[in-house]
Design a protein around this ligand. Structure first.
Ligand code: UDP
Ligand code: MG
Length: 162
């Protein structure tokens, strides 16, 4: 901790971020990780897998019944995905800001979807929409165990609060 700076209480939380199959195929894994790293968030879990249908349906269970649901499940299962846990101050909301709104057409330039996507059914990346859903998704994809407890030494230079 920098000299003379007292530790204060921060609102730290975790979110589940996943590079979808199109993001992996297009070689955007590094770019997406880099945006979260440069923003100042901390990577706490990372793994690659190919999602099966049951897991995709569970992940998106709130959207069951939507007309796009079958295509969404097929899309998520269509190739490898990169699963991540990111931690930091208000990371759920800030992570969604980095990602951009659902439809890449409407997503602002400077966001991941705004910079790299063109269609809603190929929008490159997932981010949890609430702390509660983040916890649910992290336990679904990481089984609550495969994350790492560590703290970067530069944290006090990114966060006033810790
Ligand atoms: N989706 C789609 N068509 C739609 C709405 C959503 O294909 O009209 C897909 C898209 O991949 C989106 C995912 O379903 O990312 C989940 O939808 P949600 O509304 O949760 O959007 P997100 O939270 O990913 O922005
Ligand atoms: Mg969502």
């Amino acid at each position: 901790r920098p000299a003379g700076l007292a530790p204060l209480q921060a609102h730290s939380e975790q979110t589940y971020i996943m590079v979808k199959p199109d993001g992996v195929q297009r070689g955007l894994v590094g770019e997406i990780i880099s945006r979260f790293e440069k923003k100042g968030f901390t990577l706490k879990g990372l793994q690659m897998c190919i999602c099966d249908k049951a897991k995709a349906e569970e992940h998106y269970r709130d959207l069951e019944g939507k007309p796009f649901f079958p295509n969404l499940v097929d899309y998520i299962c269509s190739g490898p995905v990169v699963c991540m846990v990111w931690e930091g101050t208000d990371v759920v909301k800030a992570g969604r800001n980095l990602i951009g709104v659902t439809n890449p057409t409407d997503a602002a330039p400077g966001t991941i979807r705004g910079d790299f996507g063109v269609e809603v059914g190929r929008n490159l990346v997932h981010g949890s929409d609430s702390v509660e859903n983040g916890e649910r998704e992290i336990s679904l994809w990481f089984g609550g165990t495969d994350t790492v407890e560590w703290e970067p030494t530069m944290t006090p230079w990114i966060k006033e609060l810790s």
